[in-house]
Design a protein around this ligand. Structure first.
Ligand code: 4AZ
Length: 438
């Protein structure tokens, strides 16, 4: 058979073609057009975001300069001395004044004095300066800006200290170097990105009077555990190897080989773990009266400081906290009397209570000795409890944290007129030094 050619009538052909075109092309055009519009909007948003919401990065500098209108004092060599602390705060305040009110304003985060050393006509100051600038900026360009702001301030501002301009040097350092420099100081809290944690950031997240801690918020907190029996007590890290805790924690067991110390915001898993080499109880600890409820534990191997492990400062023995001073107690203890140990670290803000008030007949009726410190509230509720014993009561002085108390005893937990009783650390400053050299 032969194939006959297909015939189209003149009428049919153009109509079919026309209908196909209409069905096939229009949705695609519409899709392409929409896609193009979306792409343009996307790119526009990207460009705007890039300029409006800058991607900031931290820049660190080591500043060294001479101050000529003050004389060096011997105690400047000791970082925990009142003289060093007061002078450092004055210098840090001055740096805030210089950089906070400059055109580059909000870029300045913080400064920290590292060292004060003698100079024939004044004092040499070594400090770190922290700034946040867009990540696209270079360390060298920022250095120039910082120097310009500082030199401008020397000319125009009335500053309490006379900075010798030719002696001023600024060196860019990386975050690791900065961390090492800051680690030479105690009582400092940092987030994982090396930004200092703001003071008492989180007092509003209270759950049953106790809120859970963020990582790195209380980096000196230790959990003391008996092998096989778990968490027994809290403790505070005061150096790479020494822990300060309560003597009554070792009532059950004084054998160091049976104890371990863990660090971090959870008991399991711990951030770091160490075994215990040595336990030193206060010679005059009395179980019946709770007097001298203080002990030291030495780790078998040192811990390295990081954003989650850090030592707390010991206060000078002369420091006095007036009544109603805001302090924080932290621990893995129960949140109700006779409740279970908490796996996540908790914190509570309490206030110091004068010994005169705490010794009233309706409170602790004379049981509070000079080596003890009361803290909490007369109406009760917020308090330390079982399992917090040995742990820290800390005081924040300009973002540097001091160990002022050790959780010791109390009548139950959170009862009205029965505040927590703590070992008054200032009373034992010399005892700690005699045993550890710290
Ligand atoms: C304890 O049994 C304990 N409310 C610790 C602190 C307080 C009470 C008891 C203070 O370890």
């Amino acid at each position: 058979t032969m194939y006959a050619p297909v015939e189209f009538s003149e009428d049919d052909y153009p109509r079919v073609e026309y209908q196909r075109r209409q069905q096939f092309w229009d949705p695609i055009r519409l899709a392409l057009f929409t896609l193009a519009i979306v792409a343009i909007i996307g790119i526009a948003i990207g460009i705007v975001t890039h300029f409006v919401v800058e991607d900031d990065k931290s820049f660190y500098y080591l500043a060294s300069f001479k101050v000529t209108n003050i004389k060096y004092k011997e105690n400047y060599g000791m970082r925990n001395s009142r003289e060093f602390i007061e002078r450092s705060h004055q210098i840090e305040r001055m740096m805030s004044r210089i950089f906070r009110h400059s055109s580059g304003g909000g870029r300045f985060i913080k400064s920290h004095v590292i060292k004060l050393s003698p100079d024939e006509n004044g004092v040499n100051i070594l400090m770190v300066l922290m700034f946040r600038y867009p990540s696209t900026d270079s360390a060298e360009r920022i250095k120039k800006k910082v120097e310009r702001i500082l030199y401008q301030s020397l000319k125009t501002k009335q500053l309490p200290l006379t900075i010798n301009k030719p002696s001023f040097t600024l060196t860019s350092i990386d975050s690791k170097k900065m961390r090492n420099l800051l680690n030479s100081r105690c009582g400092i809290r940092m987030t994982s990105s090396n930004i200092p944690l703001p003071a008492s950031s989180s007092t509003e997240r209270i759950v049953q009077g106790r809120e859970t801690a963020m990582e790195g918020e209380w980096p000196w907190q230790v959990s003391l555990q008996l092998i096989g029996a778990g968490h027994q007590c809290g403790a505070s890290l005061i150096s790479n190897t020494w822990l300060l805790t309560a003597a009554h924690c070792f009532h059950k067991n004084k054998d160091p080989s049976q104890w371990i110390a863990t660090f971090g915001v959870t008991i399991t898993p711990p951030a770091v773990q160490r075994s215990v080499e040595k336990i030193i109880l206060h010679e005059n600890y009395h179980r019946e009266t709770n007097e001298n409820d203080i002990a030291l534990a030495q780790l078998t191997t040192r811990v390295e400081f990081s954003n989650v492990v850090q030592r707390v400062c010991l206060p000078d023995s002369s420091i006095r906290l007036p009544p109603k001073t805001s302090v924080f107690v932290t621990g893995f203890g129960s949140v109700i009397d006779d409740g279970p140990i908490q796996n996540k670290l908790r914190q509570a803000r309490v206030e110091t209570i004068g010994t005169d008030v705490c010794n009233r007949t309706d409170v602790y009726d004379g049981l509070i000795t000079p080596g003890m410190l009361c803290a909490g509230f007369m109406e009760g509720k917020v308090d330390a409890c079982k399992g917090d014993s040995g742990g820290p009561l800390v005081y924040d002085n300009r973002d540097i944290w001091y160990l002022v108390g050790i959780v010791s005893w109390g009548q139950s937990c959170g009862l009205p007129k029965k505040p927590g009783v703590y070992t008054r650390v200032t009373q034992y400053r010399d005892w700690i030094a005699s045993k550890t050299g710290i």
